[in-house]
Every structure is written in C-alpha cells, then in structure tokens.
Design a binder for this molecule. Sequence first.
Ligand code: ADP
Ligand code: ASP
Ligand code: MG
Length: 441
Amino acid sequence: MLVYKFGGTSVGSAERMMQVSDIITGGEQKIVVLSAVSGTTNSLVTICDAYYAKDKTLADKLVEDFRPKYDKHIYDLLHDEASRVEANALMEEKYALLKSYDINDFSEVQEREIHAQGELISTKLMQLYLQEKGVNSALIPALDFMRTENGEPLYGEIEKRLSATLAQHPNVDLFITQGYICTNEFEQVDNLKRGGSDYTASIIGACANAKEVQIWTDIDGMHNNDPRFVEGTKAVECLTYDEAAELAYFGAKILHPLTVLPAKKKDIPVRLKNTMVPEAFGTVIGPTCDESIPVKSIAAKNGIVAIKIRSSRMLMAYGFLKNVFQIFEDYKTPIDMITTSEVAVSLTVDKTDALPQIIEDLEKLGCVEVDDNQSIVCVVGQNLIEDASVVSGVVKALESLKVRMISYGGSANNISILIPTENKNEALNLLHSALYNESLV
Ligand code: ADP
Ligand code: ASP
Ligand code: MG
C-alpha cells in the first residue's frame, strides 16, 4: 500500500486534477488524500468570520463568490452530462448548507463543519472524474475512520476503522479520501489544523502500514531555505525524520508540523514530490541520510513572544526554573527556546492565549519583560555541534542584526536564533549566503 497526498494547488483546477489522475492511476494499491481546491479553506474561514460578525449578507455573498470558480472547474473537468449534473447538484447542496447557519447560534461546532466542506467537495469532484474515465476507484469518507480525542489521532481506532472501510471494497486498488478532516470524541466534525492534510496522509500511512507516504505539492521537495523569501534556493535530496520535523515545526510551510511523527513511528519513508514536475527527484525523509552536508536547510517561524524573568534569588538557588516551568505547564503552553544566566531566564512561546495569566504568575517569581513580534530562525542539519564552523558562521552572518537569543547544543540538529520579525527576511538571506558557500555545501 502507498499513500499519496495532493495539496490545494495540485487540485486547484481541472487541469491539475487531470494531472493528479495521471499520477495516481495504475501501479500499486494506493490511498490518495486530497486537500481542498486552493483558496477554498481560506474562503470558508472568511465565511465563518462573517457569521461570527453576525453579517449574514456578507456570508451569503462569500458563498456566492465560489460559484464562477467551481462552475468552470466542473465544466472543464467533467464531460459526461450525468457527472456534470451530479457535481452541480453537490455544489448547490453545499451552497445551501453554507448559507443555512444561524448568526445567533454560531459556534465552533458549526465553524468546523464549514471548514470541512472544501475537502468534501474536492474529493467528490476527483471521484466523479475518475469514474468518468472508467478508473476503478472508491471514495472513502475520512469522517468514518479519522478519529481524534483531545485533538490527537486515536491510532488503534483509526487502524480498525480504516481496515474495515477498505475491506468493503475488495476489488479496488485506488481509494480517494479527504485530508484535514476528522471526527472527534463527541462525534463532531473536527480538523487537524490548517495544512493538516499532510498529517492525515502520515497518520493513514502509519495505520495502513504503507510502504511509503508521498506528499505531492507545488515545489520539487524541501528546499535549503524558504523559497518565499530567498532567491536561488535548491531542493534537498534527503532529510532524517528529526531534521524534517525541526524544519516543519520551525516554519517550513511545505510540511504540517506534525507530519513526520506517525511515519517515523513505523519507519515509513516520506517523499516530497512536485505535481507539476513529477520526474523531479524531490526529497526523501527517512531514518538516516547523507551526513556530509552540515546544514540542510534554514526555516523561520513568526509570531514568537520572548519572555525574560529576572530574579535576584536565582543566584546560587535551586527550584527557580522548576517554578517557572510549572507556570507554563499549568497553562498548557509549550516553550520553544530557552536560555539562562545566573540571574535571569529567557524563553519563547508561540501560543499566546494564556499569556496575560502566565505573566501575572511569573511576576510573583521576579521581574518580567515581554517582547512580541519576534521570529525564530532555525538552522537545521546533522551533527551541527561537531562542526564549530557552522555556529561561528551563523553568529558572524547575523552580526549586523539585533539577535535576542541563541540556542545551540540542545539537539545536534538545530541552531535557533531569535530576532525581531522585521529582520527575518534579512536573516534568512544573510545565513543563506554565509552557510551555503563552497566549503559547507
Ligand atoms: P500544499 O497546498 O500542497 O499543501 P503548501 O503551500 O502548504 O502546499 O506548501 C508548499 C509551499 O511551501 C511551497 O510553495 C513553498 O512556498 C513553501 N515553503 C516554505 N518553506 C519551504 C521549503 N524549505 N522548501 C520548500 N517549500 C517551502
Ligand atoms: N485545506 C486545509 C487548509 O487549507 C488543509 C490542507 O490543505 O492541508 O489548511
Ligand atoms: Mg500544505
């Protein structure tokens, strides 16, 4: 069994869906996970915002805005009258549903139901196209088997339900399903957070004991820096699970931050491929890979808040850090970076919903300073601590910027640097020039 996942751009038009169909038909048995057509989830989020703002006229208008795009998509993709009728009926049903909510009774439950519609539409359109082409495929509803509890996948339950679902189609080699969406412990429609289709594919891969998980997107693999902000980036052929996990967590948008974990548990390779250039090698993520390249890639994550707690009592004392960490645990807020000195500790968080309470509690331990609008820039590779030229190169490259914290040595894979977000692009470019010179590549 193979698991393939196609992102929003890869299913973003009729032409793209046809390309996907060429990639997935034939060969080994596959489960194909699809995202919503590009832009759809963003629009669904905006529709929910309109409901929250009690602006039903705007919500209805935003729903109507889908019409020209999907009319064209269906017209270009499907040619049998019967499948066009079915697709148009599906869209009318979705438009009616999206307009049916009550502005006075709109909450997270309805919001998540709305967010799920993009994947439900794209998979149905793909299945209609495959049927029209005579491909023997089955559409399997993710809501039937993707079960979560407290936002975490319930692996045992998913495995059991998935194998029961697959067993209903003994003669089928191609299964189409929705990424991103799931059913939670209250039997409500839920999701794996934005970009979550990658995570769906890896969870399914682990539960189906797949030979490989392939994430098909609009670029030829993980690049050695963020191509949105740096020119001349190149695809990296191979990454370890740990390197890929660090890059995804610290901002490499190509992968949802949790994608690697389920595959790593079962030692399943994850391959990143380009739908538009299927022949490009892409990136393979696995347990080991070439150790001769010290720096594999650079990523950056925005929305970071730095907190410094200074206490005179920390001098020669113990128990201070424990008390600090306890406060973050009380508010279920993970800490990303931490540096300490004899009298102060600085740390960073990106989850800020409980920040006011956290600061109030921290003030009982010492004097607290908070800096927002920070970014973590993360240099990722193997054995970074063994090669002093990398860390000295990083420090030297950023000497003109206001570096707020550096974390080095916590893992062999990562050097993290905290800088003001306004300097992020400059930092990525400076590091690119400094670290990918002849001697380090
Ligand atoms: P999909 O819709 O297929 O899930 P995404 O937009 O989520 O695609 O991810 C692909 C995008 O990730 C690329 O178009 C690229 O702009 C961005 N990206 C950010 N960092 C990297 C990186 N290091 N390597 C490759 N792509 C990256
Ligand atoms: N459609 C969802 C999103 O846009 C999930 C995904 O594409 O992975 O976030
Ligand atoms: Mg994505």
